[in-house]
Design a protein around this ligand. Structure first.
Ligand code: AMP
Ligand code: ZN
Length: 494
């Protein structure tokens, strides 16, 4: 089977092939950097990251562009409120976005900033005016003439038959049910950031930013455009109108939209107290890997209800995968291999691939890996696993992790960074005991822990229980969990 993806444009699941052999050109609308990103934003960014990882695993070269919206109404308002420049205001949140993305295992796309493409945006507006699909108003703003683009509404399937020619709206967030000529370029207002350009002073509208940067980086027609479901209308509809009326060509071939996340069954909102940034969750002691796992556990087009129970479950799942890998790597198995385990690994690979090719069915892919873990653990318990079986099983785990990115354990250093950030921001009161405990386990390196465990075992064998108990207590206090299993002593960081 080839990769199949739902395309919002056709409202169907379609077979996906890039236009150019071997290379996928894709674009995702990135963050507006006016605050810390919340878990809803990251559900979307992780879903797109997972897509690009799977495309690479499938053998494609992927050119993945994401924009940083570093100028918009909210940013300008907040920067003016704080008495700083737009650049000063956004750089803090852009840095936070990059740190958070790395923390949650997002492979870095090629990032492009709106403020670094202003002359190209002015030029784009000029060309739209030449084609008579845009016009200037008395104050020096420019609007897109929706009536000049008859297919308007084709992505969101809205019927704009009754729209008023010339009715205008100049804000980026507007009434979702009425189509109006939208601002491409906004004339300067006193006290607001603006740029001198070939079409006069002002600043770009949000929709324009994405059209200009995506086509500049990827060409007039590219393979896939992604974002959260709220962007279908008006943002993506407007991007299509601007781009296609200029080029006369299809703008993006596939439209990939991620369903909005709910928290404890409700829409996330600050007033309901169910609004969480990634850092909020880490401050509560949750690991980045658990958060990533949970956010990928429901296929991107299905409703994901984020709950703290779910987050705990996710932590258990990640731990099982890590323990299983450690068991395969560290166990002492008799020489040889069994066809049963070889088949188990190859079937699992097939099932994972089949699930992901089916419109990225992440839940099924995770189900397949856990069935493998269950069956292989049973084989180990009954003494049937042989040394050479570990190779294909480990390789299936690795393939899983190339896409899901949760098994390699670097949670503690990441959590430590959040703790240090909270201290530097004067947010000590938000640091929980759970986070402190988790970070405490980082005072020893893996080699030191293994050294201490070896000492502890030697003391125990010499029946020096006082010494072995003291070593155990020292490790436990540092947040290291020690378990005696029949394969020997196993440890993990809390
Ligand atoms: P913004 O920074 O508001 O422009 O949003 C960045 C990305 O996050 C966009 O693709 C949004 O569609 C997406 N997004 C915002 N809220 C949610 C949510 N609750 N669930 C999923 N995606 C979201
Ligand atoms: Zn966009």
């Amino acid at each position: 089977m080839a990769l199949h993806l739902y395309n919002t444009m056709s409202s169907q699941v379609e077979e996906f092939h890039p236009l150019r052999d071997e290379e996928v050109r894709m674009y995702a609308c990135g963050p507006t950097v006016y605050d810390y990103g919340h878990i809803g934003n990251f559900r979307t960014f992780i879903a797109v990251d997972l897509l690009q990882r799977f495309l690479r695993q499938s053998g494609y070269k992927v050119r993945y562009i994401m924009n940083i919206t570093d100028v918009d109404d909210k940013i300008i308002r907040n920067a003016a409120r704080d008495g700083v420049t737009v650049q000063q205001y956004t750089s803090k949140y852009e840095r936070a976005f990059l740190e958070d993305s790395a923390m949650i295992g997002i492979e870095r796309p090629v990032l492009v900033r709106a403020t670094e493409h202003i002359p190209e945006m002015a030029d784009f507006v000029e060309r739209l005016v030449q084609r008579n699909v845009a016009y200037r108003t008395d104050d020096g703003s420019f609007y897109f003439r929706i009536a000049a683009f008859p297919p308007y509404g084709k992505l969101s399937k809205r019927d704009f038959g009754g729209m008023l020619d010339g009715a205008r709206v100049d804000v980026d967030e507007y009434d979702k049910d009425s189509a109006r000529d939208f601002a491409l370029w906004k004339a300067p207002k006193p006290g607001e950031a603006s740029w001198e350009t070939s079409i006069g002073p002002g600043r770009p509208g949000w929709h324009l930013e994405c059209s200009v940067m995506s086509m500049q980086e990827l060409g007039e027609t590219f393979d896939l455009h992604a974002g959260g479901e709220d962007l279908v209308f008006p943002h993506h509809e407007n991007e299509i109108a601007q781009s296609e009326s200029l080029t006369g060509k299809t703008f993006a071939r596939f439209w990939f939209h991620v369903r909005f996340l709910l928290v404890e069954g409700e829409k996330m909102s600050k007033s309901l107290g169910n609004f969480f940034t990634l850092r909020d969750l880490v401050l509560k002691g949750h690991k980045p890997s658990s958060i990533r796992y949970l956010l990928t556990s429901v296929p991107y087009r299905n409703q994901l209800n984020f709950t703290f129970d779910g987050l705990k479950q996710a932590a258990v799942s990640v731990e099982r995968l890590r323990n299983f890998r450690q068991r395969l790597q560290a166990g002492n198995y008799p020489a040889g291999c069994s066809t049963e385990m070889q088949t188990l690994a190859s079937e699992t690979l097939k099932r994972m691939r089949g699930a992901l090719e089916d419109d990225l069915n992440t839940a099924q892919a995770q189900g397949a890996i856990f069935e493998m873990v269950r069956a292989a653990n049973a084989a180990i318990d009954s003494g049937q696993l042989q040394k050479d079986d570990t190779v294909p099983l480990l390789s299936a785990l690795e393939k899983f992790d190339e896409v899901f990115g949760v098994i390699s354990d670097d949670d503690v250093p990441k959590m430590k960074q959040v703790l240090e950030w909270a201290r530097s921001e004067g947010r000590e009161q938000n640091i929980t005991a759970e986070l402190r405990d988790a970070v405490a386990s980082d005072q020893y390196s893996d080699a030191e822990i293994e050294g201490k465990i070896a000492e502890m075992e030697a003391a125990r064998k010499a029946r020096n229980f006082k010494a072995s108990d003291a070593l155990r207590a020292e490790l436990t206090a540092a947040g290291i969990v020690i378990e005696n299993t029949k394969d020997g002593v196993r440890w993990r960081r809390k």
